[in-house]
Write a protein that binds this ligand. Structure first.
Ligand code: SAM
Length: 278
């Protein structure tokens, strides 16, 4: 027996609400629309069964983006898998800051820890003369980033490389974007199951105080930035001052700290100290 779209949404909402899902109606709508894959308003038997399986996965706290296989970022569609962090709206703060920077024409961009490729793709989509290099230690994330850049028509201006932070990098860049793992060990018990149980630990774990990756990356930033270039580092809540201090100790000037939409300092902007010649 067919089920109407509205009834399917009501039923799915009910099951998700009983499982304690925070926005059950919203998630139910997304799942129903995912199953319908088009403009229809009726679910056939097979689609109802498919929907039941997807609702079951969401009830088990699997993120919606893993179930549908994509997430929007900067109004662009990104494929995501369990090997990529799901792009977060907070990270759009980095994109806005980088686009506001007076970068030269034909700027080259480095995206350290590129994951799904969302940061690199967002800036390249806005600046048709920019070029990009995305780097990640997770080869399966690089595959997803490659797919995303190609699907968005940006593949010809981007290269992707497997690497352990800056170890294999030479050359210098006008814009360095980096959203490193920054969850501190003591914060793990507070993470939602969607994050702790499903998102890649390598994309999240920032060591005892959350700052381990910055300590690896920041000492190399001065060499990686062109004169006039800038680095845009995402930070977790409460980490901006510590990361700014680290940057200053490594001959970088902190020129701005941008807040996200919730007013949390989210993006530390740094440039090479002007006294250094290059
Ligand atoms: C917080 S995620 C950011 C992903 C993406 N840039 C975004 O903003 O959604 C951090 C990324 O860093 C990568 N990563 C972790 N350790 C790394 C390392 N040692 N070298 C390079 N990339 C690393 C992870 O695989 C992950 O894709």
């Amino acid at each position: 027996m067919n089920t109407s779209l509205d009834n399917a949404v009501i039923e799915a909402t009910h099951h998700l609400a009983r499982a304690g899902i925070a926005q059950p109606r919203l998630d139910a709508r997304v799942l129903v629309e995912h199953v319908l894959e088009g403009g229809e308003r009726q679910l056939e038997n097979g689609q109802c069964e498919h929907l039941r399986r997807l609702v079951g996965r969401r009830r088990a706290r699997e993120p919606l983006a893993h179930i549908t296989g994509h997430r929007e970022f900067w109004s662009l569609a990104f494929a995501v898998t369990r090997h990529t962090l799901i792009p977060r709206p907070d990270s759009e703060t980095l994109v806005e800051a980088a686009l506001a920077w007076p970068a030269p024409e034909g700027a080259n961009v480095l995206d350290l820890g590129s994951g799904s490729g969302c940061l690199l793709a967002a800036v390249l989509s806005e600046r048709p003369d920019w070029w990009g290099l995305g780097l990640d230690i997770e080869s399966r994330a690089l595959c997803v980033a490659g797919h995303n850049l190609n699907a968005l028509g940006l593949g010809a201006r981007a290269r992707l490389v497997l690497g352990d932070w800056t170890d294999c990098l030479a050359g210098s860049f006008d814009v360095v974007l980096c959203n490193p793992p920054y969850v501190a060990d003591p914060e793990w018990p507070d993470l939602e199951p969607e994050v702790a149980d499903f998102e890649p630990r390598i994309a999240l774990a920032g060591g005892a105080d959350g700052l381990a990756c910055y300590r690896r990356i920041v000492p190399r930033l001065g060499d990686l930035l062109n004169r006039g270039g800038a680095a845009f580092l995402e930070v977790g809540a409460g980490q901006a001052a510590a990361v700014a201090g680290l940057l200053r100790r490594h001959a970088l000037d902190v020129v701005d700290i941008k807040e996200d939409l919730a007013g949390i300092p989210r993006c530390v902007v740094a440039r090479r100290r002007m006294s250094r010649g290059k």
